[in-house]
Design a protein around this ligand. Structure first.
Ligand SMILES: C=CC1=C(C)c2cc3[nH]c(cc4nc(cc5[nH]c(cc1n2)c(C)c5CCC(=O)O)C(CCC(=O)O)=C4C)c(C)c3C=C
Ligand SMILES: [Fe+2]
Ligand SMILES: [Fe+2]
Length: 338
């Protein structure tokens, strides 16, 4: 029997919400040269400095959202893997994490031992960044050459503007959108501007990282600009929901360190919206396909406190796509077309 495996890859979480486990996880994550893109000695020095204080702080965040059966990101990814089995009939569905476990190395070697030759790799990120999709591809390539593995590999490309993905987002958000709300904030994971400039400068040094819209942008710039891809997702979703322009906005969350990150920052936006009189705020995070510490803690706990302190009344987080039936079907279809 031929086994054409669908391999899902997400970011990964610490093994437990303890400062030790979080320190180990953050160490491997942040020492990735595609995440902190500095020469090794500088990266080492910066990461060592971050690891002095961050693990305790992040461990608290993880502890506040941890589930009895583990990290939400991992538990949800497993549920997605399980649900996909009914829709991916060409072979098995596997799951690996870029950092932590199950690692890409473990999973690829196990697939090789089972005699799997054909793999469709699905990095679970709608928008492209070197630090996510780029790092996943690099790790897959590294493992393949380090162990002399031979696979026929296909790749699911970033799906930020695929109509079926937008439709799945809209369908999963529908129950929340039916309730009364004043404004929809689409909060994407942020990125240092430098990561984008490295890719856009060779095409156009004037590429605008303050742009309000992705409309009219050349495809070759859209292909490499994470921020424009986020704007595109947001615009397509707003169109699909027929939301007037003044009822939604975009922001970028999870800034780390002192470099300039893409803006506007979610933190600033939350206060601004409250000051503008928005009382009932809905927040959706379309850069994540699975709920994680960034949505459950940063938005639904800290973001909510901040919004209310600034004069808002309620902040409702719309869950990520997780294992919503519409998303499961869509992902299987997108992967089949890859
Ligand atoms: C959705 C895409 C993501 C991009 C782009 C991304 C870039 C990026 N992230 C950091 C630093 C951190 N990210 C953290 C958590 C985290 N990040 C993503 C996704 C993207 N990151 C996810 C899904 C998660 C959640 C993981 C989980 O276990 O729930 C963290 C850890 C949490 C914390 O301490 O805040 C850090 C640190 C950088 C530096 C970066 C780009 C350069
Ligand atoms: Fe991140
Ligand atoms: Fe965060």
């Amino acid at each position: 029997m031929t086994d054409h495996t669908l391999l899902l890859v997400n970011l990964g979480s610490p093994d437990s919400p303890s400062p030790r486990a979080v320190r180990r996880y953050l160490g491997s994550f942040l020492m990735d040269k595609r995440v902190i893109d500095l020469p090794w000695p500088l990266r080492r020095a910066l990461v060592s400095a971050i690891l002095l204080t961050r693990p305790r702080q992040s461990a608290k965040a993880y502890a506040s959202i941890w589930w009895p059966d583990g990290s939400p990101l991992l538990v949800i990814s497993r549920a997605l893997q399980q649900a996909l089995r009914a829709h991916w009939t060409a072979g098995s569905v596997a799951l690996a994490m870029r950092y932590g476990s199950p690692s890409i190395g473990q999973v690829l070697r196990a697939l090789n031992q089972r005699g799997v030759k054909q793999i469709t790799l699905a990095p679970l990120y709608p928008q492209f960044a070197e630090s996510t999709v780029g790092s996943t591809l690099a790790e897959v390539q590294r493992v393949i050459s380090a162990h002399g593995l031979r696979f026929n590999l296909r790749l699911l490309k970033p799906f930020y503007q695929e109509p079926a993905y937008i439709e799945a987002l809209a369908a999963s958000a529908q129950p929340w959108l039916e309730q009364e709300f004043d404004h929809l904030l689409m909060s994407f994971h942020g990125l240092p501007e430098r990561h984008i400039r490295k890719l856009t400068d060779p095409i156009d040094t004037q590429h605008d990282l303050q742009a309000q819209s992705s409309r009219g942008l050349r495809q070759e710039l859209l292909d490499v600009c994470y921020r424009s891809q986020c704007l595109r997702t947001a615009e397509l979703l707003a169109d699909h929901l027929a939301l007037p322009r003044d009822r939604w906005s975009v922001s970028f969350q999870s800034r780390l360190g002192h470099a300039k990150w893409i803006d506007p920052y979610t933190e600033s936006k939350l206060s601004e919206l409250a000051q503008q009189g928005v009382k009932k705020l809905l927040v959706i995070s379309p850069a994540f396909v699975a709920d994680c510490v960034e949505t459950l803690e940063e938005i639904a706990i800290r973001g909510r406190e901040q919004f209310i302190a600034a004069g808002g009344q309620s902040l409702q987080l719309i869950p990520c796509l997780n294992s919503h039936p519409n998303w499961v079907k869509t992902l299987a279809l997108l992967a089949q077309k890859a």
